[in-house]
Design a protein around this ligand. Structure first.
Ligand code: GLN
Length: 471
């Protein structure tokens, strides 16, 4: 479904159609944590210009994004009753652009997971085949776009949480440069890795959305002063001056022949359009360090960020004899064992005795990994590879053939270590399930991603999500 502005007289009907659709699909997909009251938002549109890019468009926010007067649970039991008292920066931006938020979407609890099986409200199903996972952590957002409920949804990405579910759902997942979009009002996971991004079904929409969302916000000190470009106007799918590097560490480890064939034939098409396509390899040892380094940094930062979820400052309170007991009981009951385990790992690496040899060391290796990526991007416009070695796995299918390569399955964290912009674009179907590629560019070169993405979209014809899905 493409972005399409509504006319004043059509807004009411359009929003209610989307809301009803979301409700009808809830039994099959379980993508929504809370439905949002739309009436006051529709009323508010009276003061908004019909020419605003999101005018009268139904959208969805991931449930870690604050919206005044609406529950923000981050799919965690501990925040089950938390009602936001303010709008996140992006919520304000989207409202000003005319969007109407119809729902808050499910996610892996506090962003911790890659399957959306770790949500307090239960797993999210993939609309292409409901016996399969949506991917996570932004699973609810992804499936509400891929099943045609809304043309746009906000996600967040700390390791690959927008880009992996985008691939599993056959839609575009965009993670811009670190600092490009303000994170004010978004519940953090790991601050040095967290990015706000989004899902769309066309490159043009992705370009329009970034113009709305990007820009300096004084309330997020990491947000950039760099001017926001007219991405949509500057779209250009000519590849003659483009240098594309295929990431062999990933492609060589993929065993699914159909996925490989799809990728190789796409590369041939891009080459035929005039792109220079070459193969590169990043240092294998560093690539194998991606996952451990990620877990050390992400869990340490998460432990610090979430120390306020204690039943006193934030979160549902459990009784206890002392303040400490209240905190322990609230956290024990309110957080899943998956999350508590991560906090144990995070605390361990932050102990004074361990900090230097675990946390600081991980930070140093992260720097080496970023240097290694930069070395390639100094010579190429983008690095490209399949976004996943497999189609979306079935529930409980923990290890499946070809899915045991830790580099292939986790390499997209390169975009978080570096903060470089990174996009997933759908490229076809294998066993009836969507697959996609991922590209990463130099900092603030989102335009390059959109332009090459447009060339891919023109080649595949996969746009606007007209394909019938199961749910
Ligand atoms: N799967 C990774 C994790 O569990 C990444 C999640 C994310 O990007 N939020 O930490």
């Amino acid at each position: 479904m493409d972005f399409e502005r509504a006319r004043k007289e059509d807004v009411n009907a359009r929003i209610h159609v989307a809301l009803e659709k979301a409700k009808a699909k809830q039994a099959d997909l379980n993508a929504v944590v809370s439905f949002v009251d739309v009436e006051s938002q529709i009323e508010g549109l009276k003061d908004i210009d019909e020419n605003q890019p999101f005018y009268g468009m139904p959208i969805v926010l991931k449930d870690n994004v604050n919206m005044k007067g609406v529950r923000t649970t981050a799919s965690s039991r501990i925040l089950n009753n938390y009602v936001s008292i303010y709008d996140a920066h992006i919520t304000t931006k989207l409202k000003e652009a005319g969007a109407v938020v119809i729902a808050k979407a499910s996610m892996d609890e506090l962003g911790m997971g890659g399957t959306n099986e770790n949500a307090y409200t239960g797993p999210v199903c993939n609309p292409w085949d409901t016996s399969r996972i949506s991917g996570g952590s932004s699973g609810g957002s992804a499936v509400l776009v891929s099943s045609g409920v809304v043309p746009f949804a906000i996600g967040t990405d700390t390791g690959d949480s927008i880009r992996k579910p985008a691939a599993f759902n056959g839609i575009i997942g965009m993670k811009p440069t670190y600092g490009r979009i303000s994170r004010y009002g978004v519940i953090p996971y790991a601050s040095s890795l967290d990015h706000v991004g989004y899902f769309t079904t066309s490159i043009k929409d992705a370009a329009v959305a970034l113009e709305v969302l990007a820009g300096r916000d004084d309330r997020d000190m990491t947000s950039s002063y760099k001017e926001v470009e007219n991405y949509a106007e500057q779209l250009n799918s000519d590849l003659h001056d483009k240098k594309i590097a295929i990431l062999d560490n990933v492609q060589n480890a993929i065993t699914n022949e159909e996925i490989k064939d799809n990728f190789n034939s796409l590369m041939a098409k891009l080459e035929a359009r005039g792109a220079t396509i070459e193969h590169v390899s990043l240092d294998d040892k560093l690539m194998h360090a991606l996952l451990p380094v990620y877990y050390i940094i992400a869990n340490a930062e998460a432990t610090a960020n979430h120390s306020n979820l204690d039943g006193i400052r934030f979160g549902e309170r459990e009784d206890g004899e002392s303040v400490e007991d209240v905190m322990i009981n609230s956290r024990t009951k309110g957080l899943s064992s998956n999350v508590r385990k991560r906090f144990v790992i995070g605390s361990y690496s932050l102990f004074a005795a361990n900090q230097e040899k675990i946390f600081r060391k991980a930070q140093k290796v992260r720097r080496l990994i970023v240097e290694e990526l930069k070395r390639v991007l100094d010579q190429y416009d983008v690095v490209i590879a399949d976004a996943s070695a497999t189609i979306a796995p079935k529930f409980k299918e923990k290890v499946q053939a070809g899915n045991d390569d830790i580099v292939t399955e986790n390499y997209m964290v390169l975009g978080n270590f570096s903060g470089y912009p990174s996009i997933t674009v759908p490229t076809g179907f294998v066993e009836g399930m969507p697959i996609g590629i991922n590209m990463t560019a130099k900092p603030f070169e989102e335009q390059t991603l959109f332009n090459i993405g447009l060339a891919i979209e023109e080649e595949t014809g996969l746009k606007g999500n007209d394909v019938e899905v199961d749910a």
